[in-house]
Structure formats: structure tokens, C-alpha cells
Write a protein that binds this ligand. Structure first.
Ligand SMILES: Cc1cc2nc3c(=O)[nH]c(=O)nc-3n(C[C@H](O)[C@H](O)[C@H](O)COP(=O)(O)OP(=O)(O)OC[C@H]3O[C@@H](n4cnc5c(N)ncnc54)[C@H](O)[C@@H]3O)c2cc1C
Length: 417
């Protein structure tokens, strides 16, 4: 891998930018790998990277049925934060945030991580009770978070209507200063380039269609649109399509797939320098480096694999944003899109070996897995390489749906999905 640096930039500048090598090789599948990872999103690529970097497992293929980052990892609104309620979740998302904080250096790729802070506004007495409970839990576990008065919310987000007559009156809120955004494509490309440099092969346009098992029941090969690929271990890391591949492998998952929409406006001058989210509506917004307002809200209301999103939700999210931020009401919408997210009943992820020995999975991140990419990859790589789940990953087992030891962030943190 040719390292990116100020010097290499000048060197290439003098050569008319003609000498940059491709960031990763376009591999064709070998007949056999030690580990095959299905899904070239952030979590799949991060798993491959940490397998190679932390565990020296380098005979690894990442299979992606389209192009890497073409799933949710390239469709999200890029918010990174760690404000959850349960200690298990806080440990998980703090691990991710800590890894994000040094990821550009680690990958030698600028992921444009901007710790501009997150401001969450409460819109009722009940929201303020939730906020007090959340702040207590987070502060106990060392997460940086501070309570905000209405005046402090107004100061942090001047465009938000905090007047007493507002459609959604603001009662107060909280701020996490270490939260922020990163460039989603850069996270995907950075992991791909760094994994490739360590020997991982990234195979795009290659769809996994089934699994072959040994007489003992363990995984033996992955069937793909490019033919059979033998492996010792495999991992399903396909977000909204997890249930489809689980069915192909012969087991069921407690995962439902929904479309989640996002929106970006035409670029405007700097108007918002934090990520802002309001509890009453679930609508959130940040401003991208290009000036566009990037925003979203709740899920489409019925399960679907159509990556378009339906009009009633689009109308409701856009309308709510305009009600909360009256000055945004006349800004034109540039684009709208959707991704298929993998929602689990307790709104917590699954990082575990499946009922099929040697077949692992990482899914269930729902609407919030971009911020977890480094941790999801780190923990799954640990489990695959050592055969044991990492202490931070252990609570996120499939077994919790049998034992009832759910980590119910839907109830705890008030996140809907
Ligand atoms: C609109 C929207 C906004 C979001 N906003 C945020 C946010 O602000 N913050 C946050 O933390 N999270 C957010 N998320 C969630 C986040 O994007 C996801 O949780 C995360 O990207 C999941 O990463 P992944 O690698 O698991 O999945 P993906 O990036 O979806 O990757 C899975 C890959 O698997 C591939 N695949 C599927 N089936 C097969 C197959 N059979 N064979 C081979 N490949 C296959 C797909 O093509 C895809 O590329 C948002 C999601 C959406 C849709």
C-alpha cells in the first residue's frame, strides 16, 4: 500500500496525479479461504481488517454482491455517538467511539471524523425524565454528557424553534461533545484499502447464495454467483438481508427488515454546527461539509426490501423538520433515498456464532450501526479468530432471545429501532 501523506500528495501533484495505485485490488475468488465474510459494508470490511491486523488471519475474502459501501454503510446520515442506557451498550458504543477517534491515523485514510457534538432536545416533561435517567446512566459509566437548559439548547442550536409557542416546545436537553459525524464512504474505503494491504481479498459483484455443510454440520463452503468457495469459517454481515441468508443457512433470526429514509437539502451557508435531534419527533439534522442539511426520522411502517422509502414518511419527516426549524422551510430538497435496516426486538445488535458451527454473524444494528462499525468489526474478528466472544461482545449473543437477557435499548434509551 502506498502511504498517503503530505509528501506523497506533493509528489503526485508534480506528476499530474497519474501515479496513485488503486486503493484496493479487484480480486477474483480463489477456491478456498480460511475465512469468508459475506457483505462488503463497513462491518464486513472492518471485520476483515481486524482479523488481519489483530489476529494475523489474512487468508480472508470479503464477498459483496454489489459494490462495497453500496448498502447502508453508504446510505446513512453518518452520526456517531455513544449515548445509550445499559452498561453493555455503553461499553460497545464507547469502544466504537474510541476506535473512531484514532481511525484516520490507524487506516492512513482521512475519514473526516468531525466531533462537532450532538445536542438532543426534550419536548415534554416525560422527555426530560428520560433525559435525566440517561444522563445519570451515562455519567456513571464515564460517558461525556451534560444536561442543557432551554437557553443552552437555544444557544447551541439557534435555528431550532425554542419559543414557548413552538409546535414542539423545547424543555431542555443534553449534549455529548465527543459525538459527531464522519464521511461514510471514507470509512468503507479506508477499511477496504487497509484490509487489502494486509492481504484480504475484496470481491465485488459476487453474491452469496447458499452454504455447504460438512457431515458434522459445520460450515464447509459458501455457494456464490461465482461458484463454490471453500472455507473454514464464514460470517454473514449483510444488515437488512440477514434473515435471507440465515434462511439459506437453515435457521431463523429475530430480525425484521424495514426501509429507513434519509434526505439532503441544497447546500446553504453554515447554519448548524452540531448534530441536533429532538426526542418528541425522532427527527435529526446535521450540516455536511458541502453545506447540505442531512436529515432523517423514523422507519417506514411496514417491513420491506425496497430501497426507496414511502411518501407519507418522507412528508412527515420533511414537514416536522420545517416545523422545528422554521428558517429551513424554504430550503429546497436535493435528494432522498432509503436503506434496508435490520431491526431486532430489543434494538440491540447480534454478534455471535450461529447455530451452524463455524458460521458467525453480525447484524441487528437497525438504524444505528454506522457509529458501531469499528466495534462491530473488532468484536466479530475476535470471536472468529479466538472462538470465544470478547467480553464486550458477549452480551450481544443470539442466546439472549432464549434466556430473556435482552438489552432493551428501545425501552432504556427511548430509541424506537
Ligand atoms: C437512511 C439511513 C440512515 C442511517 N443513519 C445512521 C446514522 O446516522 N448513524 C448510525 O450509526 N447508523 C445509521 N444508519 C444505520 C447504518 O447505516 C447501518 O447500521 C450500518 O451501515 C450497517 O452496516 P453493515 O456493514 O452491517 O451493512 P451494509 O452497509 O448494508 O452492508 C451489507 C452489505 O451486504 C451486501 N449483501 C447483502 N446480501 C448479500 C449477499 N447475499 N452476498 C453478498 N453481499 C450481500 C449488501 O450489498 C451490502 O453492501 C442509517 C441507515 C440508513 C439506511
Amino acid at each position: 500500500m502506498k502511504r498517503y501523506s503530505a509528501l506523497s500528495l506533493i509528489e503526485q501533484g508534480l506528476r499530474g496525479q497519474k501515479g496513485w495505485p488503486p486503493a484496493w485490488r479487484a480480486a477474483t475468488p480463489k477456491p478456498r479461504y480460511d475465512v469468508v465474510i459475506i457483505g462488503g459494508g463497513g462491518h464486513g470490511l472492518a471485520t476483515a481488517y481486524y482479523l488481519a491486523k489483530n489476529h494475523r488471519v489474512t487468508n480472508v475474502a470479503v464477498l459483496e454482491r454489489g459494490w462495497i459501501g453500496g448498502g447502508n454503510s453508504g446510505r446513512n446520515t453518518t452520526i456517531i455517538r455513544s449515548n445509550y442506557y445499559y452498561p453493555q451498550s455503553i461499553a460497545l458504543f464507547e469502544l466504537a467511539l474510541t476506535l473512531y477517534e484514532r481511525l484516520s491515523l490507524d487506516l492512513n485514510f482521512n475519514i473526516m471524523f468531525s466531533q462537532r457534538g450532538l445536542v438532543v432536545a426534550g419536548n415534554s416533561r416525560h422527555d426530560m425524565e428520560t433525559i435525566a435517567k440517561l444522563i445519570g446512566a451515562m455519567q456513571l459509566l464515564g460517558v461525556d454528557v451534560e444536561e442543557l437548559s432551554v437557553e443552552e439548547v437555544r444557544k447551541a442550536v439557534p435555528a431550532l424553534d425554542c419559543s414557548p409557542n413552538a409546535r414542539y416546545p423545547v424543555w431542555g436537553g443534553f449534549r455529548q461533545r465527543r459525538a459527531g459525524t464522519a464521511r461514510h464512504d471514507a470509512v468503507v474505503w479506508g477499511y477496504a484499502r487497509a484490509a487489502d494491504a494486509l492481504g484480504v481479498e475484496i470481491i465485488e459483484n459476487c453474491e452469496a447464495t447458499g452454504f455447504e455443510r460438512s457431515p458434522t454440520g459445520a460450515i464447509k463452503a459458501v455457494e456464490t454467483s461465482h461458484g463454490r468457495i471453500a472455507c473454514d469459517k464464514a460470517a454473514i454481515v449483510v444488515a437488512g438481508h440477514s434473515s435471507v441468508l440465515a434462511a439459506a443457512a437453515g435457521f431463523r433470526l429475530p430480525v425484521t427488515s424495514y426501509a429507513l429514509q434519509a434526505f439532503v437539502s441544497e447546500p446553504v451557508k453554515p447554519v448548524l454546527d452540531v448534530v441536533c435531534w429532538t426526542l418528541a419527533t425522532g427527527v435529526y439534522v446535521s450540516q455536511s461539509d458541502k453545506g447540505g442539511l442531512v436529515f432523517g426520522g423514523g422507519l417506514d411502517l411496514y417491513p420491506s426490501y425496497a430501497q426507496r422509502g414511502n411518501l407519507p414518511i418522507a412528508q412527515s419527516v420533511v414537514g416536522t423538520l420545517a416545523e422545528q426549524f422554521p428558517s429551513f422551510g424554504r430550503i429546497r430538497l436535493l435528494r432522498q433515498w432509503a436503506g434496508i435496516v435490520d431491526v431486532v426486538h430489543d434494538s440491540s445488535p447480534i454478534i455471535d456464532e450461529t447455530p451452524i458451527p463455524g458460521l458467525y454473524m453480525n447484524c441487528g444494528w437497525g438504524t444505528g450501526g454506522f457509529k458501531a462499525i469499528p466495534a462491530g468489526g473488532y468484536l466479530l474478528a475476535h470471536h472468529i479468530a479466538t472462538g470465544r466472544s470478547h467480553d464486550i461482545g458477549a452480551p450481544f449473543s443470539l442466546n439472549r432471545f432464549r434466556t430473556g437477557a435482552l438489552i432493551d435499548e428501545a425501552a432504556g434509551a427511548g430509541i424506537a429501532h
